[in-house]
Design a protein around this ligand. Structure first.
Ligand code: MCN
Ligand code: CUN
Length: 783
């Protein structure tokens, strides 16, 4: 392995170089929002609602105002006068910034305190007196949709957010009627917190002289936020600069537009001072955008021999008080319609009904690729259920039903055209690596001795790279992405992108893409993202779209530069352009490799000696509109041992075979997969945000919300197959979320496999030991 730190030399696709950005991260020299300190900066802290649903009768801020250091106190009433009490969400709904009449979830921002320092602001927050009249809260989305339910929103007549369907209902119903076997199961994909390391926050700095508003914020999509801010505030878009500095993990939770962003901007304009707002961890847990919260009823129809003929799914999704998902506009339930997965299923029908409840909004976040996680979990759990009901091996049932590799591009029953795939080869590789059939034998032996062992498979399909402009937009803006590459006279490069990494390593991998095509060493290429004043417009980093979109743009822009460089090289070598060969950073005339000009020579000539009729300079910009999504996939196999006394599940082995097409940096890809597997593990066994029926959160800190540490996390065994994307300029597919999308089903399938003979058909995540223990107890097995 090449382990240069910092990396030096030409390192294109497939090189295992260490991440360039880690030099600053490992030295503690990253710059996060909270690291930024401006002269005369004030601090913003929120007073939050103790009720999930209550009328605000009176707000008294007199006592709070008298706390030394308090500068200003802002209420919803004041924002309302400025037209900012409500702002639009990305899904065409609106959300409260600060409430004027009633609060709609526990932990909601109610009053903003601005003070000289954070401590004074906190003290003052405790002195704000708010008189509430509690209203009947509604926390259960199913009850919220009943006719006589209390209504969450002051501006709506019901709690229905949307009703959305896909597929052919009639054809699917027919197939179900004629099927030999139908299996069905209810699943609850629990509400999750996006446990990134750095809580959300912003610093707003309004310069009254230039009229320019600069906002440093923890956002994954700075350009879109700038446009929305401009539309809402009427500040010209070129007078708003949004900077996402280093971000301590996003995982989808930093796509949402938080009230703190808006109030800090408003306060800075009003006070003429920079204003900083940073959430505490427990504020983040209680109020930021959540993930999942899907109540799923799934059915699978099959023939006796195991051939799957139909899929039918009904979902009730809980969106909290505002429809603040960050899906592309045309997709109310995200890309849930990828739920036919890796299987050639002729008929499918899906129906999703969204409900408002008295809980925080959100509903996209956490390594999901827009609800693909929920989709993948549903189909993979159903396929295992079918295998068990038929008494068939779950691996063999899958092999029977996979979309055959020669059928790509494949059009699914729900309308997606899968670009490429070879699901059988990935599963076979995983089975071989883990020793599948030996494990099945071992399981049989153990069963005889009364020991519980389970093997769980998940063969998931992802859909990432939003996306083709005709289908994918956010508030009307097409979901392209961009790269701008400039080569300086000395051959050094600055490249800027519309995406924004939060830890994914773009500074390294984008440099590798440019290095691959132009033969320039990676250390000569600086990658910048996240500053709307300098970077080309882009839609941001989420849904594993950076490689499929901005990565593709980097390749296309590099090739544009190469085209021009060839012309310059021909001029320098006094040859015809058609005769110029380019190889490893060198241009030469066909047949004369020893007499060459380097890309650096050409860069200098672009400024000092360009050919006549050619503009000086060497740079290119590309806005890349992908022709299709990319469809990465994988085969995961998990082996668990269940302790009969305690219900404790131990993951003995986990093999993950991933396929994300051609790989740019194998170390980064493995890091992405390990991190995402660990998040899938947390989902399966530990994590859930729970509420009581009154909308009170249980806990709200890491003492109750358990995330995996190195102690709990299994050792991951990784492998790959490579099925390039036929339409991506580098044959690459996204990978950032694959393992979180694919792995939860493997864990749950393994546990259910261990307990099936005891009559346990399903256990909802997180599979805490007591849930397993209860099953064992019922069967008289646990003590
Ligand atoms: N990569 C590669 N070869 C491929 C595909 C990807 O080398 N064939 C590299 C890319 O160059 C990039 C990384 O793998 O450095 C992830 O690429 P990609 O799959 O395109 O995903 P994005 O860069 O768009 O990242 C988003 C994705 C999402 S949506 C979540 S959520 C998530 C994730 O990435 N959040 C993360 N991984 C994360 N990793 C960290 N450390 N922090 C987060 O917040
Ligand atoms: Cu779905 S979490 Mo990522 O898309 O930022």
């Amino acid at each position: 392995m090449e382990e240069t730190l910092p990396p030096t030399g030409v390192h294109g696709m497939g090189h295992k170089i260490r991440r360039k950005e880690d030099v600053r991260f490992l030295m503690g020299k990253g710059t996060y929002v909270d690291d930024i300190k401006l002269p005369n900066m004030a601090y913003l802290v929120f007073v939050r609602s103790p009720y999930a649903h209550a009328k605000i009768k009176k707000i008294n801020v007199e006592k709070a105002k008298s706390i030394p250091g308090v500068i200003d106190i802002i209420t919803g009433e004041e924002l309302d006068k400025a037209g900012l009490a409500w702002i639009p969400t990305l899904m065409g709904d609106k959300m409260m910034v600060l409430p004027t009449d009633k609060v709609v979830f526990q932990g909601q921002e109610v009053v903003a305190i601005i003070a000289e320092d954070r401590y004074a602001a906190m003290d003052a927050a405790n002195q704000v007196e708010i008189e509430y009249e509690p209203l009947e809260p509604i926390a259960d989305p199913k009850k919220a949709l009943e006719p006589n339910s209390p209504i969450v929103r002051p501006d709506k007549k019901s709690n229905l957010v949307f009703r959305w369907e896909a597929g052919d209902k009639e054809a699917t119903d027919k197939v179900f009627k004629e099927a030999d076997i139908v299996v069905s199961q209810d699943f609850y994909y629990q509400r999750l917190h996006v446990a990134y390391m750095e809580p959300v926050g912003s610093i707003a700095h309004y310069d009254p002289v230039s009229g320019k508003l600069t906002l440093w914020m923890t956002t994954q999509a700075p350009h879109v936020v700038r446009t929305v801010f401009s539309l809402v505030t009427k500040i010209p878009e070129n007078k708003i600069r949004i900077v996402s500095p280093d971000i301590g993990g996003g995982f989808g939770g930093k796509v949402y537009v938080y009230p703190g962003y808006v109030v800090s901007a408003y306060a800075s304009i009003k006070l003429g001072r920079p204003v900083k707002w940073i959430n505490t961890r427990s504020e983040d847990m209680r109020s930021t955008a959540f993930a999942r919260d899907f109540h799923i009823h799934g059915e699978l129809a099959a023939k006796k021999d195991g051939i799957i003929v139909g899929l039918r799914i009904k979902v009730i999704s809980d969106h909290g008080a505002f429809y603040g998902d960050a899906n592309p506009s045309k997709f109310p339930a995200g890309l849930f319609s990828i739920c036919t997965g890796a299987y050639d299923i002729k008929a499918a029908y899906v129906e999703v009904t969204g409900a408002y409840t008295n809980k925080p909004a959100g509903g996209i976040a956490y390594r999901c690729s827009f609800r693909v996680t929920e989709a993948s979990y549903t189909i993979e759990r159903l396929v295992d259920t079918l295998a068990h009901e038929l008494g068939m091996d779950p691996a063999e049932l899958r092999l029977k039903n996979f979309i055959p590799s020669e059928k790509f591009p494949y059009r699914s029953a729900l309308g997606w055209t899968y670009d490429s795939g070879n699901y059988a080869s990935a599963l076979k590789k995983a089975m071989e690596k883990i020793g599948y059939y030996e494990l099945r034998k071992e399981q049989e032996e153990k069963k005889k001795k009364g020991e519980l062992m389970g093997i769980g498979i998940s063969t998931f399909v992802e859909i990432v790279g939003a996306g083709p402009a005709d289908l994918f937009d956010i508030v009307g803006i097409k979901m392209f992405d961009s790269a701008e590459i400039r080569i300086h006279p000395t051959g050094k490069v600055i490249a800027r992108f519309g995406t924004r990494a939060q830890g994914q390593g773009h500074e390294t991998t984008y440099a590798q893409i440019i290095s691959e095509i132009l033969g320039i060493p990676v250390e000569d290429i600086i990658v910048e993202e996240g500053d709307t004043d300098t970077c080309p417009y882009g839609l941001g980093t989420y849904a594993s779209r950076s490689t499929p979109t901005a990565g593709a743009a980097a390749a296309v822009a590099s090739r544009k530069i190469l085209d021009k460089a060839k012309k310059i090289a021909a001029h320098l070598l006094e040859a015809r352009e058609e005769d110029i060969v380019f190889e490893k950073g060198k241009f030469y005339v066909k047949g004369y490799p020893d007499k060459y000009k380097t890309i650096q020579d050409v860069a200098l000539a672009a400024y000092t000696n360009p050919p006549p009729n050619i503009e000086a300079g060497l740079e290119a910009v590309t806005y890349y509109n992908p022709p299709n999504m990319t469809f990465p996939f994988g085969a995961y196999i998990c082996v668990v041992d269940v302790d009969k006394g305690t219900g404790q599940v131990k993951v003995r082995r986990f093999v993950a075979v991933d396929d994300c097409g051609n790989i740019i940096n194998p170390v980064i890809v493995d890091g992405q997969i390990m991190g995402a597997l660990t998040m899938g593990f947390g989902t399966a066994f530990m994590e859930e945000i729970r509420y009581d029926e009154n909308g009170n959160i249980y806990g709200g800190s890491f003492a109750e919300y358990l995330i995996p540490t190195a102690v709990e996390t299994p050792r991951w065994e990784l492998d790959k197959t490579v099925t390039p994307s036929p339409h991506h300029p580098l044959g690459a597919k996204g990978v950032g979320e694959s393992a979180t999308v694919g792995s939860p089903a493997a864990f749950v399938n393994a546990v259910v496999d261990a307990l099936w003979d005891l009559g346990a058909k399903h256990i909802d995540m997180p599979i805490w030991p007591w849930k397993v223990w209860k099953v064992l107890k019922e069967k008289g097995m646990a003590s």
